[in-house]
Design a binder for this molecule. Structure first.
Ligand code: C2E
Ligand code: CA
Ligand code: CA
Length: 801
């Protein structure tokens, strides 16, 4: 290895250096901007290096020993300007210059020593200098690889270790052992020289890593790798000559390969793509993993084959082989353990991510149902009735809309923490399935009564004030409770669905309350679904009817108008009440077209009744309007069209609205109602007393009538409270100049009291049920006869002359 023909064993030079602290990772935009002319010059310089390589190679081939030394020295010396270009133009670190300089000086010194120091120590000194230079080069490559891919993982180190040990075994059997066996050299020299070849092996491993970490290796990267490999192969040829005496040609080939290595590495340093070496590589790619597996496997296979095919020649050989194999086994074993561990922990992480809600870190629905299923299996045939409580925050959208999503998130996190705290003391599990919903799985209740009691405890958590960055907030939640029934196993999924159904029930029962699931709810849900399906196209199939319920004027004893009430006559002839399908029509958006139809139909029927002289010229029609219709900007046009087409005066139409719209979106309500008023249409507040019953609404909105809800009329005869309330409403309405209608009058006594209180109008089954259009004439006639009877006349007043 120390023959005079080759002085530099390794021509490999790579950029930034060795010590971490000297190498802070480059900023992402480290690529210096270079002008086109600079780029051209750099390309030329790279070509120049390759050309010099060709010329020196030719000189090396034909020249004598002095020429060979000279060409080698020139190519080594040329590394220094290349390093300077890399430093100044490509902005490699200064440490890099020192490292390359040190390598060049060490190699140069080795040549000088080999040529001019006549001492038995000279070969040892030469080999030692080369060895140190190689160490620096390995450090350089390590620095590049680390810079490109960050810290080495334990897997990286083990892979490197496996390749290195395999390479060591390979070179031991083929080169080192015969060399040691030659036996002519001193122990120190043996030690230094036998380290030499194995040292190349980590370089091969590092080259592989370098290529694998480049998304698309540029010319510099390839030239660097070719240079390193030329050097390694050169060392192998040199060793072949030294140990197996294959002939002087091997030394020539080795020398040529060294010259090529310097040329390629010089070109790699000056080429414009050299900046790639100091940049960070992107994410680890599949090809890198594949490349690593292939390289490691090839190294293992190669070394094992060599060890297996060539029989050991001495005891020392046997010992070295045995120890090396043992080391290899340990490394491969460790690598397997790490790989398996990494795979299983990655899987666990994925699983965890799929099972948790990122906002609150609570388990999600899948995880909860998983756990519920597990518990339900165990609870089956015990006296426990595991239960699911599903909570949905009421009007959570308002918080998000008015205070922003971060306030909403904060509220959710606070509630999550409190629920978890409560659940811990009760042995329950909390999860967040979605948005503003929380779900609790409680395995402990012994029956639905206890489940309800436990659910109450969780429900009270929502009532506690929440202080956020935007002030103190109050929220409420609707809850559905579902328990495992007696005697039948049930799945977690089903229990969850039941709780969901019950929760919707709680919502429609006025929110902020709990509902316990029972089987009738399931029936209701199926029925609802059926209605939704059948409702589609019902308008086109002309299945809707408008019924009319007379409203009588108690002062003048006559029919003053009608309320239009929709009915749905299904294909089988059955009549469906609006209570069953209006909500569905609202949720599906069908209400707008259905509502327009009712408006048009009701008005044209009133026109016909007037023309037929069934009713007076000033009889009115009241039409119910859903909040969804009111919010529709086209609604006033619909009303105008109905008025125009029926050729009736606008004041003959009453529009009945409920409070909810005025509470939920007061601005929209105010605008729409004012527009309607401008048309000349009158507006009645329906179901007064049941909702928020905010008296201030009466002055805030342009209303002309209030309809007192049936529940108060129902109690008017028996409950002094109800009577007082009706009296107050009537008095207040009168003072505001409002028309007042009592709904749901069913008894003579109720009617008498209403008249006494001073209520102007009444409507109810006592007077008439809602009737189809063709029954209105007979109904009005019958009513007129009734009013003229002495008993009624007393109550209703005498008919107008
Ligand atoms: P509402 O506006 O309060 O209508 C009065 C309801 O009370 C009607 O029920 C009527 O049949 C019933 N009723 C009248 N007198 C009595 C009585 O003395 N005792 C009792 N127990 N009930 C009485 P209906 O027709 O089933 O309508 C229910 C609800 O459906 C209506 O309540 C109204 O909110 C809605 N609705 C009806 N038609 C329409 C419509 O065309 N559009 C919209 N958006 N909603 C409608
Ligand atoms: Ca009504
Ligand atoms: Ca009503």
């Amino acid at each position: 290895m120390t023959g005079t023909a080759d002085t530099g064993h390794s021509g490999v030079i790579a950029p930034p250096l060795a010590h971490e602290s000297a190498l802070p990772p480059p900023p992402p935009d480290a690529t210096p901007s270079r002008s086109p002319s600079t780029l051209r010059l750099l390309h030329l310089a790279a070509l120049g290096y390759l050309a010099v390589g060709v010329v020196c190679g030719a000189a090396f081939l034909v020249g004598d020993q002095d020429i060979r030394d000279a060409t080698t020295t020139v190519t080594i010396a040329l590394m220094i300007p290349a390093a300077l270009i890399a430093w100044r133009v490509h902005r490699f670190d200064a440490a890099f210059i020192w490292a390359v300089g040190a390598v060049a000086i060490l190699y140069g010194a080795a040549i000088v020593i080999a040529d001019s120091w006549n001492s038995s120590l000279a070969p040892i000194a030469e080999s030692s200098l080369d060895l140190i230079a190689n160490g620096i080069i390995i450090g350089l490559i390590v620095a590049v690889v680390r810079r490109r891919r960050g810290e080495f993982s334990r897997g990286d180190l083990l892979d490197g270790g496996i390749i290195a040990v395999a390479a060591w075994m390979f070179s031991w059997v083929l080169f080192v052992e015969p060399y040691v066996d030659g036996g002519t050299n001193s122990t120190i020299r043996l030690l230094v020289d036998s380290l030499y070849l194995p040292m190349n092996m980590p370089m091969v491993a590092l080259c592989c890593l370098l290529l694998f970490t480049s998304t698309r290796p540029g010319p510099s990267m390839w030239m660097l790798v070719v240079g390193i490999l030329a050097n390694v192969v050169g060392d192998v040829f040199w060793a072949l000559d030294q140990t197996r005496g294959v002939g002087a040609w091997a030394v020539t080939v080795a020398g040529l390969l060294y010259v090529a290595a310097y040329a390629f590495n010089g070109a790699a340093l000056v080429h414009p793509s050299a900046t790639e070496m100091i940049g960070r590589s992107g994410a680890i790619r599949r090809s890198e993993i594949r490349g690593r597996i292939v390289t490691t496997a090839a190294a293992l296979l190669g070394s094992v084959m060599v060890v297996g095919l060539l029989a050991p020649v001495s005891t020392v050989d046997k010992i070295v082989r045995f120890v090396s194999l043992l080391a290899l086994l340990v490394l491969v074993g460790a690598r397997l353990v790490i790989a398996t561990h990494a795979a299983s922990s990655a899987q666990a992480r994925l699983r965890e991510m799929a099972m948790t809600d990122p906002l609150t870190s609570l388990p999600n629905k899948i995880a909860l149902i998983d756990e519920a299923d597990h518990e339900l299996d165990r609870a089956w045939k015990t006296d426990r009735h595991p239960s699911v409580y599903l909570f949905d925050i009421d009007r959570f959208k308002n918080i998000n809309d008015s205070l922003g999503h971060s306030a909403g998130d904060e509220v959710l996190r606070v509630i999550a923490d409190r629920l978890v705290f409560t659940a811990r003391s009760m042995g329950a599990t909390v999860a967040r399935p979605s948005g503003d919903e929380f779900v609790v799985f409680d395995p402990t209740p012994t029956g639905s009564a206890q489940a309800l009691a436990h659910a109450e405890v969780f429900h009270s958590v929502f009532a506690q004030p929440i202080s956020t960055g935007s002030g103190t907030l109050f929220v409420a939640a609707s809850a559905g409770v579902a328990s495992v029934p007696d005697g039948a196993p049930v799945s977690g999924e089903k229990l969850y669905r039941w709780a969901d159904i019950a929760m919707y029930r709680a919502k429609s029962a006025g929110r902020n309350c709990l509902a316990l699931y029972d089987e009738s709810m399931q029936e209701r849900v199926s029925k609802r679904l059926r209605i939704e399906t059948e409702l589609h196209g019902a308008l086109d199939r002309r299945e809707f009817r408008v019924f009319h319920q007379p409203i009588v004027d108690l002062e003048h004893g006559r029919v003053s108008g009608f309320e239009a009430l929709i009915r749905w006559q299904r294909s089988d002839g059955t009549l469906v009440s609006p209570a069953e399908f209006i909500a569905v029509a609202e949720e599906t958006g069908m209400i707008s077209s259905i509502g327009s139809w009712v408006m048009l139909e009701a008005m044209s029927q009133l026109k016909r009744l007037t023309d037929d002289r069934v009713v007076d010229e000033d009889a009115t029609m009241s039409v119910n309007v859903s909040p969804i219709q009111l919010a529709d900007p086209a609604f006033t046009d619909t009303v105008e069209e109905a008025i125009t087409r029926s050729r009736l005066e606008p004041h003959r139409l009453w529009i009945e609205v409920t409070e909810s719209m005025m509470i939920d979106s007061p601005d929209v309500a105010r605008t729409t109602l004012r527009r309607l008023r401008r048309l000349g249409v009158r507006i009645a507040l329906d179901d007064f007393g049941t909702g928020y019953s905010s008296l201030s609404l009466l002055s805030q909105f342009p209303l002309q009538r209030i309809k007192i809800d049936r529940v108060f009329i129902d109690g008017i005869a028996d409950s002094p409270n109800d009577r007082a309330l009706v009296r107050t409403i009537v008095g207040m309405g009168q003072s505001l100049g409002l028309d007042i209608v009592a709904e749901g009058v069913e008894t003579v006594e109720q009617l008498r009291l209403l008249r006494e209180i001073g209520c102007a109008k009444a409507q109810g089954f006592l007077i008439s049920h809602p009737v189809p259009a063709d029954a209105v004439r007979s109904t009005v006639d019958a009513l007129q006869g009734l009013i003229e009877q002495p008993g009624f006349a007393q109550i209703l007043g005498s008919p107008r002359p």
